[in-house]
Design a protein around this ligand. Structure first.
Ligand code: HEM
Length: 154
C-alpha cells in the first residue's frame, strides 16, 4: 500500500472512530447519566451545549471522511475497480451524513431555540427525536464498519 494511501486510510479511520465512538458515548453514557442526575432545567441546556460541541467535531469528521474516502477511490483507479463493500460504505455513509444534517438543522436547531427561551416542554420532544436519530446513525455506523472490514473477506 503506498504511503499516501495509508495516511488517507489512517485519517479516514480516525474520523470514523470519532463519529461512531462519539455517538456511542453520547447514547450509552452522557444522555442516560444526565437523565438520571439532572432535572429538565439543567439537563436540557447541558445536552444542548454538549451536542453543540460534539456536532462541530462531527462536521469536521464528515469532511475528512468524504475527502479521504474519495481520494482513496481516485488513487485506486475509480469506483469501477472498488470492492462492493466500498460502494456499500459510500451509500450508507451518505445516508448517515443526510441524517446528521437533518438532526443538526432540524431538531437540534429547535432544541437550541427552546432552551434559549427556557421552554422545557418544547425542548424535551426535540431532545427525544435527536436521541432516536442518533441511535439510528449509531446502528448504521456499526453496520458500515462491519461491511467495510468483514465485507472485504472473499
Ligand atoms: C461516505 C463516504 C465514504 C467513502 C467515499 C469511503 C471510502 C473508503 C475507501 C476507498 C476505503 C479504503 C478501502 C480499501 O482500501 O480497500 C475505506 C475504508 C474504510 N472505511 Fe470508508 N468511506 C466512506 C465513509 C465511511 C464511514 C461513514 C465509515 C464508518 C462509519 C467508514 C469506515 C471505513 C472503514 C472501517 C474502513 C477500513 C476498511 C479496511 O481497510 O478493511 N467509511 N473507505
Amino acid at each position: 500500500m503506498p504511503l499516501a494511501y495509508a495516511v488517507l486510510l489512517c485519517l479516514h479511520l480516525l474520523a470514523a472512530t470519532l463519529w461512531v465512538g462519539g455517538m456511542w458515548v453520547m447514547h450509552v453514557a452522557v444522555r442516560p447519566a444526565a437523565v438520571a442526575s439532572l432535572g429538565p432545567p439543567l439537563r436540557l441546556p447541558f445536552m444542548a451545549a454538549t451536542l453543540k460541541r460534539f456536532f462541530a467535531w462531527v462536521s469536521a469528521a464528515i469532511g475528512v471522511l468524504l475527502l479521504s474516502g474519495l481520494a482513496m477511490i481516485w488513487m485506486a483507479g475509480g469506483f469501477g475497480v472498488m470492492h462492493w463493500s466500498v460502494h456499500a460504505m459510500f451509500a450508507l455513509g451518505l445516508l448517515m451524513m443526510a441524517i446528521f444534517g437533518h438532526i443538526r438543522f432540524g431538531p437540534f436547531k429547535r432544541l437550541q431555540r427552546a432552551v434559549a427561551a427556557h421552554d422545557w416542554p418544547a425542548a424535551a420532544p426535540q431532545m427525544n427525536q435527536i436521541r432516536q436519530l442518533v441511535a439510528l446513525n449509531l446502528l448504521l455506523g456499526i453496520v458500515v464498519f462491519v461491511l467495510a472490514v468483514v465485507g472485504r473477506a472473499p
